[in-house]
Design a protein around this ligand. Structure first.
Ligand SMILES: [Zn+2]
Length: 161
């Protein structure tokens, strides 16, 4: 497995171990992980704590004063699931260059691929079995969550994101 996908997956597993929905992300710049995070919505009750947002926040906190945005411009977001509209918006807003998605088979919060690509962000989608298996273990514990929150059945309240 790509080491950065593996790092994102490790974040997803941490969320799963905490009882959360397993999504993990890392921000990579110049071949180094500069930020990491996982979905903490279940853990915190804060619906903005998606993996990509957490990873972006973590990367920004590691920046020198006044260079928060420089840290993110041109970086790549490796994430275990397709970013939702909120996270895609942050990826665009902070000038990231690319998004690498581990898999889109188990769950897609939104189809943001064209939204990202139309704004010049490269999107690469992989098919990582280990990442799918981690989401499957979440569904095994929370069968009601399977398929919830997809764009076609967007209703409030929706689970698990
Ligand atoms: Zn999101």
């Amino acid at each position: 497995m790509d080491p950065f996908i593996a790092a994102a997956h490790e974040q997803a597993v941490t969320s799963l171990e905490e009882g959360g929905f397993p999504v993990g992300s890392v921000i990579v710049r110049d071949g180094q992980v500069i930020g990491a995070g996982f979905n903490r919505y279940t853990q915190t009750g804060d619906p903005t704590t998606h993996a990509e947002m957490e990873a972006i926040r973590d990367a920004a906190q590691g920046a020198d004063d006044g260079h928060v945005l420089d840290q993110l411009v041109g970086a790549t977001c490796y994430t275990t699931m397709m970013p939702c509209e909120m996270c895609a918006g942050a990826i665009i807003r902070f000038g990231l260059a690319a998004v690498v998605v581990a898999e889109v088979a188990s769950y897609q919060a939104a189809d943001t691929r064209s939204f990202l690509e139309e704004r010049g962000i490269e999107v690469e989608i992989r098919d990582e079995e280990a990442c799918k298996a981690t989401v499957e273990s979440y569904y095994a514990e929370h069968p009601q969550a399977r398929g919830a929150g997809r764009p076609s059945d967007y209703r409030w309240p929706r689970l698990p994101l």
